[in-house]
Design a protein around this ligand. Structure first.
Ligand code: ADP
Ligand code: MG
Length: 259
């Protein structure tokens, strides 16, 4: 179970969540995406209905509705499911403040679903671009943090804030929490800047950064408007191949970690 987090917007959290999830599902695994961003971009990208009346992750967090009751299958990829986010979730950040066990609500929902036999090989949580209660819920529910980093200037700015928050959650709420995976996205091999950012990130996090980088690709950015991941929209594109490679690196690490 991985929380895909970075409080910067537009770094590729959602794109990475849905495409890694699709790639893992295509290789035969059962994968759940939890959309925890009120924008609902992950739900859109997976072609999941998420208009205001649809049962959603809001109902799970705020009203305690069972997770399995809101999960929908993704129609383009077998083995892939999504707990969608609707616009209601925009209020959850505030509504959660006064609720009992406000930081633990997602964790409890996921654990309850698992005891009912709803098992997944991977659960990926797409976080909003903030470090509020929604992201904290994700960091309590999962033990691994997956950070996508955009290969642009300022890429590392804000990262220390994210790491500080991870440290706080680890100290107070989830002792097992750690950054397990970093993926360099929107990599442009023609620029020195991309290479420099990549080198700097690899220096700081030698064990976490995946070897694979995801290139800038028009096909990746077009896919969501068709309600598809790039894995089905254009499976042979450079972006799809990169996400496939990144997913297999993750799966190999996971398998090695199991031994
Ligand atoms: P976040 O969830 O961190 O806000 P997104 O995944 O929504 O970021 O990505 C921000 C924008 O960049 C989106 O329009 C997305 O389509 C685009 N994008 C993400 N990754 C790539 C890529 N590798 N190549 C081209 N466009 C990308
Ligand atoms: Mg997003």
């Amino acid at each position: 179970m991985l929380t895909v987090a970075n409080q910067k917007g537009g770094v590729g959290k959602t794109t990475t969540t849905v495409n890694i999830a699709a790639a893992l599902a295509q290789s035969g695994l059962r994968v759940l995406v939890i959309d925890l961003d009120p924008q609902g971009n992950a739900s859109t990208a997976l072609g999941i209905d998420h208009h205001a009346e649809v049962p959603s992750i809001y109902d799970v967090l705020v009203d305690g509705q069972p997770l399995d009751e809101v999960v929908q299958p993704c129609s383009t990829v077998e083995g892939l499911w999504c707990a969608p986010a609707t616009i209601d979730l925009a209020g959850a950040e505030i509504e959660l403040v006064s609720l009992v066990a406000r930081e633990l609500r997602l964790q409890r929902a996921v654990q309850a679903a698992a005891t009912k036999g709803h098992e997944y090989d991977y659960i990926l949580i797409d976080c909003p671009p903030s470090l509020g209660l929604l992201t904290v819920n994700a960091m309590v529910a999962a033990s691994e943090v997956f950070i996508p980093i955009q290969c642009e200037y300022y890429a590392l700015e804000g990262l220390s804030q994210l790491l500080k928050n991870i440290e706080l959650v680890r100290a107070h709420l989830n002792p097992g929490l750690h950054v397990s995976t970093i993926l360099l996205t929107m990599y442009d091999g023609r620029t020195r800047l991309s290479a420099q950012v990549a080198e700097e990130v690899r220096d700081h996090f030698p064990d976490q950064v995946l070897k694979t980088t995801v290139p800038r690709s028009v096909r990746i950015s077009e896919a969501p408007s068709f309600g598809e991941t790039v894995m089905t929209y254009d499976a042979s594109s450079s972006g799809a191949l990169a996400y496939l490679e990144a997913a297999s690196e993750m799966a190999e690490r996971g398998a090695a970690g199991d031994i």
